[in-house]
Design a protein around this ligand. Structure first.
Ligand SMILES: [Zn+2]
Length: 402
């Protein structure tokens, strides 16, 4: 008798395999995924998705909530004096941030941009160093709390000014993990701190002490960068941390020969280290297809959006899949599907997300958009999307609903 509590029905959802299904959501999760019954008119209270493609919400695997100027005044990009230099960029960033709108406001702008485009899980790095202390972490932790009903956010305590180069940072990183950061970050152990062993001792030491994951920014190129990746891989295995360590950017993997890459890929896959790329413009980046073939989990993020590093970024992970495919020379359907996988299922794996996908028992966090299938979605990047969190519509046409 009566209706079953809190059930929502979504009719005529086109799934990734091309079939059309009716979805039932109960308690924020899918309780049924069944072939469409073609009920016309739709039953009371049911949402007719009218054949729209339904995809699990995208995974924003690498972003900086504390340092973007999105929604703030435009900050013209300042070029480095002699080619890309991390130290110089950090100095520009410090100067820019002094004149920025309040951090919580900027973080909120960026979060709503991402949610509006359909990302409902995110990993954000947050700066920790001797100058800013834990200020950024405290602010972003509070923002995370405010948005917890809309998006799942993992925070990385990120030593933006190095660990050894900024005395006191190791203690601050420890404190940041105690306060609620989920992972510990790192930054170019060789070129920035000039001591790979000491840098990684702190990173892996704190990860073990606090049971935290690891996600290291690694811009170092060529054989130097490859050496650092090998060190991270060896320590991941030694610490028994497969599936809990990621290397972000890993540009070096885009510099080495195909043979060296195949060898490195095998080791990275065996250690369970994930590789994050944003497919940066005019820059070598990890070869996505070759790494996936070797069994490596490759995931993606927007990284910098309108910040002191570059002016690009739109917070749209489907557009990121497009860029990854474009830059990788992906044309065939299975390749376009691989580009999509990087911003969805592979991202969920890298972040260790539970209950991801369109399946019975999975969280009902999904995006509905007009495309026949995934390859078309990746090339067309339809902007007219509806975003659902736990089966409730939370964003439409790029805007978070009040
Ligand atoms: Zn970054």
């Amino acid at each position: 008798m009566g209706c079953i509590l809190n059930q929502t029905h979504f009719l005529n959802a086109r799934l990734a395999d091309g079939t059309v299904a009716d979805l039932t959501v109960e308690g924020g999760r899918f309780s049924a995924v069944a072939p469409a019954a073609n009920t016309t008119p739709p039953t009371d209270g049911a949402v007719d998705l009218a054949g729209k493609l339904v995809l699990p919400a995208f995974v924003e695997g690498h972003i900086h909530l504390d340092t973007s100027f999105y929604g703030d005044a435009w900050r013209p990009h300042i070029p480095c004096t002699d080619g890309f230099d991390v130290r110089e960029r950090v100095a520009f960033q410090m100067r820019n941030l002094e004149q920025a709108a309040p951090m919580a406001e900027r973080a909120k702008n960026q979060l709503e941009l991402c949610i509006g485009h359909g990302s409902l899980a995110m990993r954000s790095h947050v700066m920790v160093d001797a100058a800013v202390g834990l200020k950024h972490v405290e602010t972003i932790l509070a923002v995370r709390e405010k948005y917890r009903d809309l998006i799942d956010i993992q925070l990385v305590a990120f030593p933006q000014s190095g660990i050894l180069s900024s005395p006191g940072t190791a203690e601050l990183l420890d404190e940041a993990l105690k306060l609620g950061c989920d992972l510990i970050g790192g930054l170019d152990p060789a070129s920035f701190d000039r001591d790979v062993k000491a840098h990684l001792d702190v990173v892996f030491g704190l990860a073990e002490k606090r049971g935290a994951g690891i996600d290291i920014h690694l811009h170092d190129r060529g054989s130097l960068g490859l050496f650092e990746i090998e060190e991270i891989v060896a320590r991941t295995t030694a610490s028994g941390m497969p599936g809990k360590v990621a290397v972000s950017h890993a540009y070096a993997l885009g510099d080495i020969s195909a043979e060296a890459l195949a060898r490195a890929g095998e080791r990275i896959a065996a250690a369970g280290v994930a590789i994050m790329t944003n497919a940066p413009g005019d820059h070598a980046f990890p070869p996505v297809a070759a790494l996936r073939k070797a069994g490596v989990t490759v995931f993606a993020g927007s990284d910098n959006i309108r910040d002191s590093w570059w002016p690009y970024g739109d917070g749209d992970m489907l557009n990121r899949a497009n860029m990854i495919g474009y830059r990788s020379g992906f044309y065939e359907d299975w390749e376009l599907e691989a580009a999509y996988d990087v911003v969805s299922h592979a991202g969920a794996k890298a972040l260790g997300l539970e209950g991801y996908g369109i399946a019975v028992g999975a969280k009902a966090d999904f995006v509905a958009l007009r495309a026949e299938h995934i390859p078309e979605a990746v090339v067309a990047v339809p902007k007219d999307r509806k975003v659902y969190r736990a089966g409730r519509e939370v964003a439409r046409g790029g805007k978070v609903l009040a």
